[in-house]
Ligand binder design. Structure first.
Ligand code: ADP
Ligand code: MG
Length: 369
């Protein structure tokens, strides 16, 4: 059993983007204690923040400052993937303003092996773990969803064949009906699906003249496992969502009209709803959790406060120009760390299992007679 399973609150890890213009006057990072202290100059000096409070202190599960992709993966990816193989759902979310390093963290610089992000590393670990467990038969399916202005886009749909999609819930949790789930049998095939999806996304960005920082993407590894040695026919389902969220910056300040304003409203709304869901969960008002208010929260319904190990990486950009966004990200991250989840193994009973079990028992009883 890994630590993750006992760790029921959403783990929050803060990662800083490296910069030579670090605002050391305003931001103090204490990595050993996982603390970030921020001192905002008085409004008359700075004039950009109309908040009374000028000193902030934040503490998180882990603070990753000047840390390699490898170390980030070890902290954030390894336990969640191991737990995926044990049958638990997992969600890894990257949150933060545009430019703070969400895509670098999740996908990374794929042309440089050392800079690969969490998604390629998770894929690699999944196939390694599978090889180490020959007593199980695994099926892996991949889906890749983009949410843009409340529209769902299937990034793995065959060209021109996008189906209508809807979030539905059954006894195995919730899933997006109509979203392609492509079977992948090895690491290379899975990486190709990631690239295929990214290409589809950038083609869409170009055609629709939009920026990828304005949409959310959810890359999901669906795992199905069945024992080869056990006489039981139980099938275990689990999935891992790897989420690159839209930029959290408040675009409304600069967006004045037309499409940008519409985008800003949608992004702000979905992240606000994400926050509302989180606050409701933290308050234990589980009857009133407003999952259905946005696509994003609806898709992640069983990954937030549900049957899931959830980890959020809050990416921050510690330059003076971004102080306000940094505080806003760290406040969001603090609220997130109050959410609790209830991960359980998802065993689905094959309808034949009971019949076979009874037949076995009858046989045994006969032998005893
Ligand atoms: P976001 O997706 O949050 O908008 P990006 O991941 O695109 O931000 O990062 C913005 C830029 O900063 C990119 O050029 C990226 O390569 C670089 N960057 C971000 N984080 C790191 C890091 N930890 N190490 C090196 N470069 C980084
Ligand atoms: Mg990005």
């Amino acid at each position: 059993m890994t630590d993750m399973m006992n760790n029921k609150h959403v783990r929050v890890v803060v990662r800083t983007r490296p910069t030579t213009r670090f605002a050391s006057q305003a931001i103090e990072i204490i990595p050993d204690k996982n603390i970030v202290n921020i001192h905002v100059p008085k409004p008359e000096d700075a004039g950009f923040i109309n908040n009374q409070q000028s000193d902030w202190s934040f503490k998180f599960d882990k603070l990753l400052h000047n840390v390699s992709q490898d170390a980030v993966y070890e902290e954030c990816g390894t336990p969640i993937v191991r737990s995926l193989l044990d049958g638990y759902n997992g969600t890894l979310l990257a949150y933060g303003q545009t430019g703070a390093g969400k895509t670098f963290t999740m996908t990374g610089a794929t042309e440089n092996y050392r800079h690969r992000g969490m998604i390629p590393r998770a894929i690699s670990q999944v196939f390694k773990e599978i090889q180490a467990r020959p007593q199980y038969a695994y099926t892996i399916r991949i889906s890749y969803l983009e949410i843009y202005n409340e529209n769902m886009i299937d990034l793995l749909a065959p060209v021109g064949q996008s189906a209508d999609m809807a979030v539905v819930e059954d006894k195995n949790g919730c899933y997006v009906k109509g979203l392609s789930q492509v079977i992948a049998t090895n690491e290379e095939e899975t990486l190709n699906l990631l690239f295929e999806g990214e290409t589809a996304r950038s083609v869409g960005d170009h055609a629709l003249n939009r920026s990828s920082s304005r949409s959310h993407t959810v890359f999901t590894i669906h795992l199905e496992s069945k024992s080869r040695v056990d006489s039981s026919d139980d099938v275990i389902f689990s999935k891992l969502n790897l989420v690159d969220l839209a930029g959290s910056e408040r675009l409304a300040k600069t967006a004045s009209s037309g499409k940008t304003l519409k985008e800003a409203m949608f992004i702000n709304k979905s992240l606000t709803f994400l926050e509302q869901v989180i606050i409701a969960l933290a308050d234990k008002k589980r009857d009133h959790v407003p999952y259905r208010q946005s696509r994003l929260t609806n898709v992640l319904r069983d990954s937030l406060g549900g049957n899931c190990n959830t980890l959020m990486i809050a990416n921050i950009w510690g330059e003076a120009d971004h102080l306000e966004e940094t505080i806003s990200t760290l406040r969001f991250a603090t609220r997130m760390s109050c959410v609790t989840n209830e991960p359980v193994v998802n065993v689905q009973y094959d309808p034949m299992t009971l019949v076979k079990k009874q037949e076995r028992e009858i046989k045994e009883l006969r032998q005893e007679l």
